[in-house]
Ligand binder design. Structure first.
Ligand SMILES: C[S@@+](CC[C@H](N)C(=O)[O-])C[C@H]1O[C@@H](n2cnc3c(N)ncnc32)[C@H](O)[C@@H]1O
Length: 245
């Protein structure tokens, strides 16, 4: 996969060299490029922003530097790929968007700054993505979040022993509680079933606890989850158990 980011602060992407994402770049699984679109200004002061027509606080990113930077990406890569604008007015990012983006061969992400974009910049983009209902100073942290969540879904990104298949949101439920050694830590014990070696019972326990956690913490997710007859029985048990607690 090729990923281009258009940003005024390329140094902010240093974390992309670390950990699992850094390894995907080192191993050639991801071709990651950051373009400083200030280098594409056609004015002698390298200005990328200007005052807002009709009045308004702050400065807006002008179209010219971003349009020219996008042309440069297209020239180098042969295409623009799927173009994403980081913007608070976009669709809220989630796991299913990450899964969709992980299927693309090329993503180009625009990270804004200042008061945001001249409206005409939106004609360049395929998707507008928000991290949530809050305002950041720039799109860099959002772009890194989108890249991290997307790249870890690529085949081979997590390595043989790790998997994104069972994780929160991938199944439609939150992940069940997990434990590692020791079996008894300061009197806090690992549930007996997990030490039993009985695979069917363990699988059933994991599923029930994923349902319980989702019901307790994110009941909204259950609205989109197709409950089997067995799930409905388990949920009834969970509600009963909660009442008895
Ligand atoms: C200070 S913000 C501009 C906010 C804009 N004036 C508004 O009210 O929507 C500057 C840039 O940060 C990025 N940004 C801020 N909040 C964001 C969010 N919640 N999700 C994604 N990007 C965000 C965008 O790239 C945005 O253009």
């Amino acid at each position: 996969m090729r990923i281009d980011v258009l940003s005024l602060f390329p140094n902010m992407f240093a974390p992309m060299r670390e950990s699992i994402i850094g390894k995907t770049v080192e191993r050639g699984l991801v071709d990651f490029n950051v373009t400083d679109f200030r280098n594409y200004t056609d004015n002698k002061h390298h200005k990328v922003d200007d005052e807002i027509y009709g009045g308004g606080q702050g400065m807006l990113l002008m179209p010219q530097p971003l349009f020219d930077a996008m042309d440069a990406v297209e020239k180098e890569a042969g295409n623009r790929g799927r173009v994403i604008l980081m913007d608070p007015a976009g669709k809220t990012f989630n796991q299913s968007i990450a899964e969709e983006l992980a299927k693309e061969e090329h993503l180009t992400i625009i990270a804004g700054h200042y008061e945001g974009y001249d409206e005409r910049i939106r004609t360049l983009v395929d998707d507008e993505i928000s991290l949530g209902d809050f305002v950041l100073t720039g799109g860099e942290l959002g772009a890194m979040t989108v890249i991290d969540a997307t790249v870890r879904l690529l085949d081979e990104a997590l390595g043989d022993e790790r998997s994104a298949v069972d994780e929160s949101f991938s199944t439609g439920l939150l992940e069940y509680p997990q434990y590692t050694r020791p079996a008894d830590f300061r009197g806090l014990k690992v549930p007996d079933v997990l030490l039993s070696g009985h695979h069917a019972n363990i699988a059933k326990w994991k599923h029930k606890e994923a349902l319980r956690r989702t019901y307790q913490r994110r009941p909204d997710l259950l609205a989109d989850y197709v409950l089997t007859t067995e799930d409905q029985k388990l949920l009834k048990e969970i509600k009963q158990e909660e009442q008895n607690d």
